[in-house]
Design a protein around this ligand. Structure first.
Ligand SMILES: Nc1ncnc2c1ncn2[C@@H]1O[C@H](COP(=O)(O)OP(=O)(O)OP(=O)(O)O)[C@@H](O)[C@H]1O
Ligand SMILES: [Mg+2]
Length: 280
């Protein structure tokens, strides 16, 4: 496939923790590419660098961590070294991140309804990378409240609109992040551990909603998790990370059936232990 048909293309990305003269590598020579509407899984044990990668791809690294080499292109446009304004205009409708930490996910001082209505307003403007099909919350009928509609689509009560983030559960916060993504219909959604810590029912709901976002609006997904089973459910291809490197890449079913790297073997062994009900 030609480079210009990729929505996201990352070549030789290095991220270092830079303090004084010391530079500690956090991401080492990571490359990946994503076609519009594709789903890519990123798996790895804790500390493998998955969140660092997610943050780098959205221009959200905070000092002393910074990109030291490599190229990131969104829709063919070079982004590494881009000014904050360029990243700001891309985030949201271009690249949307579902954060691993619920604390980072939602603005603590705004009600859920206010946050969703802001997303609806942004989603109505033309933006990069998404199909034009209207989604939930995008209807212009006067009698439909877009926030109530979005809450309904993610299986939440409309009464939640008046609550603040500290008044709702972790599973609800994840659903609200998905509702925000549905309002924005981004070109690329990076979901960092979207199902971790949720009960099985909520896990299934979130996986279903992310699949629907991908299927209905052509949003490309990067699904980041240490849960190789959840990743294999949703993505045809996956990358395995270990110590900031990509150590294996391939079709998810093949990686799960015959893992080649130590990192993938460890995740698959854990999955089998869980399936057999053997506590570590
Ligand atoms: N703010 C920071 N300052 C220094 N080191 C950091 C910082 N954040 C992460 N690291 C280090 O970067 C490495 C990668 O961390 P990262 O959070 O990306 O791992 P992860 O794969 O997302 O793990 P998890 O599955 O636990 O979320 C780790 O060695 C971690 O200690
Ligand atoms: Mg992480």
């Amino acid at each position: 496939m030609k480079d210009n048909l990729k929505i996201l293309d990352v070549r030789g990305l290095w991220v270092h923790l830079c303090s004084g003269k010391k530079q500690i590598p956090l991401l080492r020579d990571v490359s990946l590419s994503l076609e519009p509407g594709e789903i890519l899984g990123v798996v790895g044990q804790s500390g493998a660098g998955k969140t660092m990668l997610a943050r780098s791809l959205a221009g959200l690294l905070s000092p002393p961590a910074r990109v030291t080499a490599g190229k990131i292109r969104y829709g063919g446009k070079l982004l590494d070294g881009a000014e904050p304004a360029a990243w700001n205009s891309l985030r949201g409708r271009g690249i949307f991140v579902m954060f691993q930490s619920a604390v980072q996910a939602l603005n603590p001082s705004l009600t859920v309804g206010r946050q969703l209505s802001e997303a609806v307003a942004v989603g109505r403007k033309p933006g990069p990378g998404q199909r034009q099909k209207a989604g939930p919350g995008q209807g212009r009928k006067a009698d439909v409240d877009p926030v109530r509609e979005l809450l309904g689509v993610v299986g939440l009560s409309p009464d939640l609109a008046g609550r603040y983030p500290f008044e709702i559960s972790g599973g609800m916060k994840q659903r609200i992040q998905v509702a925000t993504a549905l309002a924005l219909r981004p070109g690329v959604l990076i979901a960092d551990e979207p199902t971790t810590g949720l009960d099985p029912v909520n896990q299934e709901v979130i996986l279903g909603l992310l699949s629907a976002l991908n299927r209905d609006f052509g949003t490309a997904l990067i699904f980041v998790s240490h849960d190789i089973r959840a990743v294999a459910c949703i993505s045809r291809k996956m990358l395995v990370m270990e110590q900031g490197r990509v150590v294996e890449a391939g079709y998810s079913d093949q990686v799960v059936a015959s893992p080649r790297s130590a990192g993938a073997r460890h995740l698959v062994d854990n999955m089998i232990r869980l399936e057999e009900g053997i506590c570590p």
